[in-house]
Design a protein around this ligand. Structure first.
Ligand SMILES: CC(C)(COP(=O)(O)OP(=O)(O)OC[C@H]1O[C@@H](n2cnc3c(N)ncnc32)[C@H](O)[C@@H]1OP(=O)(O)O)[C@@H](O)C(=O)NCCC(=O)NCCS
Length: 145
């Protein structure tokens, strides 16, 4: 299991998080539309002020490896989402970050939305006890009771 720790996201992290979310391979994997720098920074200014969002930076070997979020939204409220920078993939970082985050965020149920082709993210969720709730044509919803 990768040795990671989580800490609150700071403004100083945002340039790195922007580069990570801008990567075309990562965008294709997540199926979330990529934001340009301005949109991304405005979006994150809102996140950092929003009391309904818990945003954590994933630190691995003293580097910003990605982020993990909890927020409340829509029909499937109480959502979790995460993003790991490409150079850190396949080292168990997302799996370890979700374990640590679930220990900190005790609210249940939790939901996650995943593109059907995103095998890695589905695996992260399933290993952490999330179950398939609703399989759409492109996106599926997972639930942790
Ligand atoms: C999905 C993502 C978070 C996975 O991060 P990661 O740190 O590489 O994940 P882990 O190393 O913990 O691997 C989790 C599992 O997925 C598998 N996996 C990782 N990358 C994979 C890939 N590209 N294809 C298939 N399986 C993959 C791993 O082997 C592991 O399975 P195992 O435990 O059975 O061996 C990362 O690829 C990412 O951020 N992608 C872009 C954004 C995104 O998709 N976010 C999630 C939106 S729901």
């Amino acid at each position: 299991m990768a040795k990671i720790h989580l800490r609150p996201v700071t403004e100083a992290d945002l340039s790195i998080l922007f580069q990570q979310q801008h990567d075309p391979e990562a965008v294709a994997m997540s199926a979330y539309p990529s934001k340009d720098r301005g949109e991304f920074m405005r979006h994150w200014e809102g996140i950092l002020k929003n009391k309904n969002v818990t945003a954590r930076t994933i630190i691995y070997k003293e580097k910003v490896a990605g982020h993990i979020l909890f927020w409340k939204e829509g029909k499937y409220e109480q959502r979790v989402g995460y993003w790991v920078g490409k150079e850190f993939w396949r080292r168990g970082i997302a799996s370890a970050a979700v374990i640590e985050f679930l220990a900190q965020i005790k609210i249940r149920p939790l939901y996650a939305e995943v593109a059907n082709h995103n095998i890695a993210s589905k695996r992260v969720l399933e290993k952490n006890g999330f179950e398939l709730l609703d399989e759409g044509t492109k996106i599926s919803i997972f639930k942790l009771k």
